[in-house]
Design a protein around this ligand. Structure first.
Ligand SMILES: [Zn+2]
Length: 303
């Protein structure tokens, strides 16, 4: 069996993955690094969480360390070789986590960008299974992605690439965490969607994402809410049309919390794209991702 690890901005999840991407168990812990200033201590915290999760999983499922044939890690930022790099939310510049895990568990360790891992899982076992030219887009805290042409994941040599989140769609637009202005992410991410919903729909400042969703669902016929959702999808459609015009995918699967709104968002987005796509005969299926929060863990074991 394989161990898949999903390192997120605020949690770390480990899972046991058996044949055919079958996730049989997972352990998730929140990680709070606000109190920790030193990078070394954050590294230790991450390792502690991973070790404890793997220990629990092995014990509960009658496995030993010797049964692990591979460890795969899904991680934000730009991992290279055995190193995770540029994890803004976890305050890590570079950490050779692959080396540490390889020595400890005496097995192969592979690491890949989280958008690519989730995309691989959706392509192999999820909503993109039957498409050769397809794209996975995760709209959550940021924007993650993976592009497949002729059934193969496109992988540039230098960096993970396909940073659709930092494609500029407005010359003097919103300021982005990357230091630039007008990035797609600042219009399309669900983090920004939630912040804007709270402001423009006059919700309480600490409203949770789920409550925002409930409010929008309940009031979708009200002019103000309708206009708010429409404006959001107008911006999303600009970015998606650019992506479609470049790659001509047969299907795009949407992951992240965007997919919780699939019944509302996808039909409107589909309509808006008709006017924006360059080749009028291009047909693109817009689909919700299937594997949800498990995609990172499953995909990590396939790299
Ligand atoms: Zn940016």
């Amino acid at each position: 069996m394989k161990i898949g690890i999903d390192i997120g901005g605020s949690h770390i999840a480990c899972g046991i993955v058996e044949k055919n991407g079958n996730l049989i168990a997972k352990e998730t812990r929140d990680i709070d690094i606000n109190e920790i200033k030193e990078e070394k201590r954050t590294e230790n915290l991450i390792m502690n969480i991973i070790d404890n999760e793997i220990k629990t999983l092995l014990e509960e499922h009658d496995y030993t360390i010797g049964d692990i044939s591979k460890i795969g890690i899904s991680v934000p930022g730009s991992p290279k070789g055995s190193r995770i790099r540029n994890l803004v939310n976890l305050n890590i510049k570079e950490f050779d986590i692959g080396k540490v895990l390889e020595e400890k568990y005496n097995t192969v360790v592979k690491i890949k960008n989280d958008g690519k891992c989730a995309g691989i899982a959706e392509k192999q076992y999820g909503s993109l299974k039957k498409y050769n030219d397809c794209i996975f887009l995760c709209l959550g805290t940021g924007v993650g992605s993976a592009v497949f042409l002729n059934g193969e994941l496109l992988e540039p040599k230098q960096n993970p690439g396909f940073e659709f989140g930092h494609m500029i769609i407005e010359k003097n637009g919103n300021s982005c965490n990357c230091g630039k202005k007008g990035c797609f992410e600042t219009y399309a991410s669900m983090k920004r969607f939630k912040a804007r919903a709270i402001k423009e729909l006059n919700l309480e400042a600490n409203t949770e994402a789920e409550e925002v969703q409930n409010y929008i669902r309940k009031n979708i016929e009200k002019e103000k809410v309708k206009k708010f959702v429409d404006e959001y999808l107008e911006n999303v459609s600009i970015g998606i049309a650019n992506i479609i015009n470049i790659f001509e995918p047969e299907a795009i699967a949407f992951g992240g919390s965007f997919s919780y709104y699939e019944d509302i968002f996808l039909p409107i987005l589909d309509e808006k794209l008709k006017d924006r796509i360059f080749n009028k005969d291009t047909k693109v299926r817009l689909l919700p991702a299937k594997l949800k929060n498990d995609a990172g863990i499953i995909g990590a074991t396939e790299i």
